[in-house]
Design a protein around this ligand. Structure first.
Ligand SMILES: [Zn+2]
Length: 318
């Protein structure tokens, strides 16, 4: 049995969102070194602010400034900071109730070690040097001595939440790092593709041939072990015309992406159709793979020139 493949798989995309008046004011405030909360009708102050009262669901807009100092209400030590976390040395994740607020804000707390952190400790905001209107404008919290010797408590301030040039939206990058292993069946499939062969697996019960194979028949619930070579030619069972250009993908739009049932397979796989104008692609079109040098997958499929397949021959695969 050859070694099962694995490889890094990164799913990464920018998430663009508009902020609305409350979150927008909060993040604009951070840019100006002002922390804003929102007041509920029963007089509580919520930091970070929300647009609706979590108890009554009433809309709330009454912005109030709170102090950049506060008290740790609970915390957990982060031994090994990960990529893009607020600090690159070990730190505490802490819930901090800022002075003047009734709820706590989650952020990083810079401390030399877990022994230096405790619930009830006093902390203050360490502002980022460059601020753009994001939660990262608070670089982190840091321990703060507010005894008279330490300079006393911070003065409460009063800001209305009105700013010039308010922040109205943010781009939040999302990234998920996986180590992906396709498993035994797909490892064999991928290794066969390196020789430009399509090898699926047949279900011992219903006799269907799955390409790519998953290692089991989803209908019968039994393992598929018998290897079957299929293709290389196949039939377009259905398709769509892509009109939106994907980032980092060097293909001119419009183009056609299709489900292709390879000859001998009982499951259609995906592939791009080339070598034919996009508006002439049709169900039943007979296609064959086009490989580029060194590639592990066909670059696309092109028409073979054969007559179209009869609908009855692939209707079970649509
Ligand atoms: Zn089966």
């Amino acid at each position: 049995m050859p070694e099962v493949l694995k490889a890094p798989l990164v799913v990464e995309f920018p998430f663009t969102r508009s902020l609305g008046p409350v979150q927008g004011a909060f993040l604009t405030g951070l840019r100006e070194r002002v922390v804003l909360g929102v007041r509920t009708s029963d007089g509580r102050t919520l930091v970070p602010p929300v647009e609706y009262d979590p108890v009554t669901a009433e809309e709330i807009r009454d912005l109030v400034e709170v102090a950049p100092t506060g008290t740790v209400t609970t915390w957990a030590w982060n031994h090994a900071p990960r990529r893009d976390q607020p600090l690159d040395t070990p730190f505490a994740w802490a819930l901090v109730r800022l002075d003047g607020a009734d709820t706590a804000l989650l952020h990083a707390l810079d401390a030399p070690g877990p022994d230096a952190v405790h619930t009830g400790m006093r902390v203050r905001v360490r502002w980022a040097e460059e601020r753009v209107g994001a939660i990262t404008d608070i670089a982190c919290f840091e321990p703060y001595d507010d005894s008279p010797n330490g300079g006393g408590p911070a003065e409460p301030a009063h800001h209305t939440g009105e700013f010039e040039d308010p922040v109205t939206g943010i781009v939040a990058p999302a990234r998920l790092d996986y180590t992906y292993s396709p498993g035994r069946a797909q490892t064999a499939y991928i290794n066969a593709l390196a020789d430009r062969r399509n090898v699926g697996e047949r279900c011992p019960s219903c006799r269907k041939v799955y390409v790519p194979p998953r290692g089991a028949c989803p209908t019968c619930g039994v393992a598929t072990l018998e290897q079957v070579e299929v293709g290389p030619r196949g039939t377009v069972t259905t398709f769509c015309i892509v009109n939106i250009k994907a980032k980092n993908l060097d293909i001119e739009v419009p183009y056609v992406y299709a489900h292709i049932a390879l000859d001998g397979a009982d499951l259609a796989l995906h592939g791009r159709i080339g070598g034919i104008p996009y508006d002439q692609v049709r169900m039943g079109l007979r296609v064959e793979p086009v490989w580029t040098e060194g590639a592990r997958y066909p670059d696309h499929y092109r028409p073979t020139g054969e007559p179209d397949a009869d609908y009855d021959t692939y209707k079970e695969l649509v």
